[in-house]
Write a protein that binds this ligand. Structure first.
Ligand code: GSH
Length: 262
């Protein structure tokens, strides 16, 4: 049967008039900060979904042609018949890109706190996400993944701090998409620095971690991270041991190569 586009519109719950989400399969990978964004939003929205881990080192041959032509995680198959995740149906909608998915999940679950109702607060959520994309994430990529100066990372952290309001979260007193966009990058940065696992010279990660832990200048950032890290959604979607293991192997090999090349 050919499924018409119209039939992808969610049905409505007759008592509340809310849209009832259809089946949702998330293609994800524990190591990936972009993918964890979508997992956090789904958990916070208390969504029903099927999680499918993609091995990024050995991606299934059906993944790009049938789910995401860009061959990246996260991606979602939404609607259509309930099928095994490794046999995606052509009748489900395929949606990719972490920030698009955050908006999509908030749209599916309008009663969650992911996107506030107030237009100003919604703009603040989006502005915060923009700061993560343009300031914080480049700092993490530069310092941790490429071994560049820590300056951009510290500037990114100060940038985040300057946007935090009086509430415990990025915007107000509830977990929003701003937090979902930020947390995976902050968590990976802190694990990399604490365990001195990065493309930076040995010892400099630990030093940067000490500064972040002890300098009163970063107290607000520390409190913000504590609030987010204590969420059940985070505990369920973050595997610190795996991150340590993967970063450990990757950066120990890189340092050995650099030493050998001296
Ligand atoms: N802009 C994308 C980036 C997603 C991305 O780069 N994902 C990486 C893993 S963290 C990936 O799937 N890379 C493909 C690969 O490793 O082959 C998003 O926000 O979703």
């Amino acid at each position: 049967m050919i499924r018409s586009h119209q039939s992808h519109l969610p049905t409505k719950n007759p008592s509340t008039n809310d849209r009832m989400p259809e089946q949702l399969t998330l293609y994800t990978a524990k190591i990936c900060p972009f993918a964890q964004r979508a997992e956090l939003a789904l958990e916070e929205a208390k969504a029903e979904y099927t999680r499918f881990e993609i091995d990024l080192q050995n991606k299934p041959e059906w993944y790009a042609p049938k789910v995401n032509p860009a061959s990246k995680v996260p991606a979602v198959a939404y609607g259509g018949p309930k099928v095994a995740p490794d046999q995606p149906s052509p009748d489900s909608e395929k949606i990719a890109e972490s920030l698009v998915l955050l908006e999509f999940i908030a749209d599916l679950y309008p009663n969650s706190t992911l996107l506030p109702k107030d237009p100003v607060d919604r703009a603040k959520v989006r502005f915060f996400i923009d700061a993560i994309s343009t300031k914080f994430a480049p700092g993490y990529i530069g310092a941790v993944l490429r071994g560049e100066s820590f300056d951009t990372l510290f500037q990114g952290i100060e940038g985040i701090q300057s946007l935090l309001g009086k509430g415990d979260f990025a915007v107000g007193n509830s977990f929003t998409n701003a937090d979902a966009a930020a947390l995976p990058f902050i968590a990976r940065t802190l694990v990399a620095l604490e365990h001195d696992l990065g493309a930076f010279p040995a010892g400099s990660g630990s030093q940067a971690f000490k500064t972040l832990q002890e300098d009163p200048k970063y107290a607000r950032f520390r409190a913000y991270y504590q609030t987010l890290a204590s969420r059940e959604s985070f505990k369920k979607t973050f595997n610190e041991e795996l991150i340590k293991d993967v970063y450990g192997k990757r950066f120990t090999a890189l340092r050995a190569e650099k030493q050998g090349g001296k």
